[in-house]
Design a protein around this ligand. Structure first.
Ligand code: CAA
Length: 284
């Protein structure tokens, strides 16, 4: 199957990153969200990244204009009707995702592949709700999307091999390395990374050290590119809490118990960089 036009549903952190890399790869992209203000925020971030690349001499004015010309936006999902592939990157809530997939099944052409960027939910469950399970697949990107090279491709129980092959091809087109993973909570990366971040929040909550010292320790003592609490802020503490709660429920193992410090940040609305405050203050 040839992929030339893709849809991205959700203009947030992950969605705008996916739209950016696809547009850079020469694909036509339609970026959809429920509110114009969300689209504007997402587009602002994409253009900011291209402006930085322009300043660094990584791209030319002409390339920037061509990339921008590859993206159109809409608050109307019916704009996705003629896409070869649609990537869903909305809030990490399985009921909302299932409802969206049902709607997308009615909107999109029967041959359209619908991919979910879920951080760890069951692809089979989302696919079953869609009414086209053979055409649904997980494509899990990493934050920041323009920088991180991996995409996990996850087939559900009924996903066809053609759909998996098309998802792998899509990743190749946009310059990412795809790894196929079996469906299991968190797939590969989050299965290992999220418990580590949750443990960092437990350590912080228990007063083992300050946020800065926990991060410094992991950077200097384990050669991590970024400390765990700064990474929580980058990913979004709300996203991590939802994933951790899902692991706790799905595995039934107390080792996945969400840290109180993580819950408290979410209750306070301090979700990380995207709200200006998390374990660190980004407002200044
Ligand atoms: N968007 C686009 N580009 C970005 C960026 C962003 N948000 N943040 C940084 N970059 C770019 C910079 O522009 C810079 O580019 P150049 O090399 O062209 O100059 C490059 O990345 C390096 O950035 P910095 O020098 O500013 O900072 P750094 O060296 O500390 O790198 C980082 C920043 C790339 C985020 C690095 O800290 C890192 O790799 N961290 C780990 C990130 C990670 O683990 N992500 C996975 C999270 S889990 C997830 O996403 C899955 C999930 O479901 C929860």
């Amino acid at each position: 199957m040839s992929i030339s036009k893709i849809g991205v549903v959700g203009a947030g952190t992950m969605g705008n990153g996916i739209a950016q890399v696809a547009a850079q790869a020469g694909l036509k992209v339609i970026l959809v969200d429920i509110e114009q203000s969300f689209i504007e925020k997402g587009m602002k971030n994409i253009v900011k990244n291209w402006d930085k690349d322009l300043k660094k001499g990584k791209i030319s004015e002409e390339q920037k204009a061509a990339f921008e010309g590859n993206i159109t936006t809409s608050v109307d999902k019916s704009a996705l009707s003629d896409c070869d592939l649609v990537v869903e990157a909305i809030i990490e809530n399985i009921d909302i995702k299932k409802q969206l997939f049902k709607e997308l099944n009615d909107i999109c052409a029967p041959e359209t592949i619908i991919a979910t960027n879920t951080s760890g939910f069951s692809i089979t469950e989302i696919a079953a709700a869609s009414g086209r399970p053979a055409k649904v697949v997980g494509t899990h990107f990493f934050n920041p999307v323009p920088v991180m090279r991996l995409v996990e491709v996850i087939p559900g129980e009924e996903t066809s091999r053609e759909t998996v092959a098309a998802a792998m091809e899509f990743c190749k087109i946009i310059g990412k390395t795809a790894i196929e993973a079996k469906e299991a909570p968190g797939f590969i990366v989050n299965r290992l990374l999220v418990p580590y971040l949750n443990d960092a929040c437990h350590a912080f909550g228990e007063g083992v050290a300050s946020a800065k010292d926990i991060d410094e320790a992991m950077k200097l003592g384990a050669n991590m590119p970024i400390g765990p609490l700064a990474l929580c802020d980058l990913v979004g503490i709300d996203v991590l809490l939802m994933v951790t709660e899902y692991f706790f429920k799905e595995f039934g193992d107390p080792k996945f118990r969400p840290a109180l410090a993580m819950k408290q940040k979410v209750r306070a609305g301090h979700l990380g960089g995207k709200t200006g405050k998390g374990f660190y203050d980004y407002s200044k």
